[in-house]
Design a protein. Structure first.
Length: 502
């Protein structure tokens, strides 16, 4: 079937009234989450996952995906108006967005970032349509050794590429791998690490784990550090948001470059929108004829990171859907949500479930248009939401998280698990240990173990089977490079520091 035929089939699903309503609810909630600092898309996705049990799988994924890229749209509002990034990726927008706000150009800045975000998302969707089918066909030739090598690379890259210490990232990956081993062994049927608890025989609940590490932990962290005073509320009229012709022209090329950078970075495991946004900002500053103006309030400094931010989110679905390798924590949770609904992401997804794949891809177009239509008119409303004191908002979120965890299995034990991981996540945040690699290890751990054991079983215990094909050799070599490179960079930095002292 041609791409146009597949898209027509996908739009036939995405343009159904129920799908449009669900997509609208997802992007609206995502924008709300993005505006509010410190909550994050993952907490909202984990909170809404139980609701998807009563939907068709494609509708559930449309809802969760809408929350993800909707949060990236909304995160720029607080970044520009109050210098408070709604998501980590919006921190790059603060550099020039807030100075523009202080100059009285906040309306124009919000208008530009909305259009740049829409453009970046569209570019990434086109790349997803073009490259996803051939990538899936290529991955059909993968066996157990190739899958093991690819997943190992994704896990190592995600841990070492995260901000902070690479050793801490690897330690959190190991913790996630250990949590993924809890439950019943698939091969032998024996219980592993259940501590004698019947509730753990099926493993640790994914929703409880994610809500605890990201939802409860983030709320507790922000409650411990947030101020009680509410930010001042402001409002803007639509006609005040139109930029001049020169400002619009200056934003076109940065948006194009940012979209391409975000699409390329987002498709790589272990990166994410934050890296894409800061990389786009750095490149835009380097290619500018007047780099000294960056940081003082220029439209190029907000168009590039916002386009990269949203492009990376859409492009992150390429490896997740086509190979089954999530690029970051949110994609790992999306992978888990697919598995819960009986969907197996990977190279056979497009051929075996084309309605689900193309319906989800087509919903990205619908969601981006909806975001374009609702973002600008609702800016005044989002600004008023920012005036709610956090000490009142966050306890409400904690209550909703506990209700969401309980509703999955109607089991109080899952609530206690979520609270325990919430406290653990709070301690990890305080000690600056990244929590995203824990979820990645938990999701990919059982898959890596399954392909590892399958490879050894097929080869009668011959470990050289892991390097039996060029694909597996390349990915294993890249995994070793991902482990060695941080150590090399650290030693090189130490040598430079010592030479500077001399």
């Amino acid at each position: 079937m041609s791409v146009f035929h597949d898209l027509a089939m996908g739009f036939g699903i995405a343009l159904q009234p129920t799908a449009i309503l669900i997509c609208f609810a997802g992007v609206l909630l995502g924008t709300f989450v993005g505006v509010l600092p410190g909550i994050g898309a993952l907490a909202a996705i984990s909170l809404c996952l139980p609701l998807t049990y009563y939907m068709l799988p494609v509708h559930g994924l449309i809802l969760l995906a809408g929350i993800f890229y909707g949060a990236q749209y909304g995160s720029s509002t607080a970044a520009i108006l109050l210098n408070i990034p709604g998501t980590p990726s919006a921190a790059a927008t603060c550099l020039d967005g807030f100075p523009l706000s202080k100059k009285g150009r906040a309306g124009q800045a919000l208008f530009v970032v909305t259009l740049a975000s829409f453009f970046g998302g569209c570019v990434a969707i086109i790349l997803l349509i073009v490259f996803a089918p051939p990538l899936a066909r290529f991955a059909l030739s993968f066996g157990a050794p190739e899958y093991f090598a690819v997943m190992l690379l994704g896990l190592i890259a995600a841990s070492t590429a995260s901000s902070g210490s690479a050793a801490k990232g690897l330690a959190m990956v190991v913790l996630g791998l250990g949590l993924g081993m809890v439950g019943t062994d698939v091969t032998s049927g024996t219980y592993r690490f259940t501590l004698g608890m019947v509730e753990l025989t099926d493993g640790i609940n994914l929703v409880a784990l994610a809500m605890g590490l990201f939802g409860i932990a983030e709320v507790l962290t922000n409650l411990a550090s947030s101020e009680s005073a509410a930010p001042p509320a402001r409002s803007f009229r639509l006609r005040e948001m139109l930029p001049t012709r020169r400002e619009a022209k200056d934003s076109v090329r940065p948006a194009i470059r940012g979209s391409l950078i975000g699409s390329a970075v987002g498709a790589l495991p272990g990166t994410g929108p934050a890296i894409a946004a800061f990389l786009a900002y750095a490149i835009e500053k380097r290619v500018s004829r007047h780099p000294e103006r960056f940081g003082t309030g220029v439209f190029e400094g907000i168009a590039a990171p916002e386009a990269a931010n949203n492009a990376s989110v859409q492009a992150a679905f390429i490896p997740t859907l086509c190979i089954g390798i999530p690029g970051d924590a949110v994609m790992a949770f999306m992978l888990g949500a697919m598995i819960i609904h009986g969907i197996v992401p990977g190279p056979q997804l497009i051929s075996e479930q084309p309605e689900m794949f193309w319906g989800l891809v087509s919903s990205f177009w619908v969601g981006n248009v909806l975001l374009l239509l609702i973002t600008l008119p609702l800016i005044g409303f989002w600004v008023r939401i920012l005036s709610i004191p956090r000490q009142y908002l966050y306890p409400t979120i904690l209550f909703l998280i506990c209700v969401g965890v309980y509703s999955v299995n109607n089991n109080v034990f899952d609530v206690f698990v979520a609270v325990a991981f919430g406290l653990l996540g709070f301690v990890m945040n305080s000690l600056r240990y990244p929590v995203a690699p824990v979820l990645l290890g938990y999701i990919l751990g059982p898959l890596i173990e399954e392909n590892f054991r399958r490879t050894l079983f097929i080869s009668n215990g011959d470990v050289t089977a892991f390097a039996s094909s060029p694909v597996s050799i390349i990915f294993l070599a890249l995994s070793v490079l991902a482990l060695v490179w941080p150590l090399y960079s650290h030693r090189r930095a130490l040598r430079r520091a010592r030479s500077a002292e001399v």
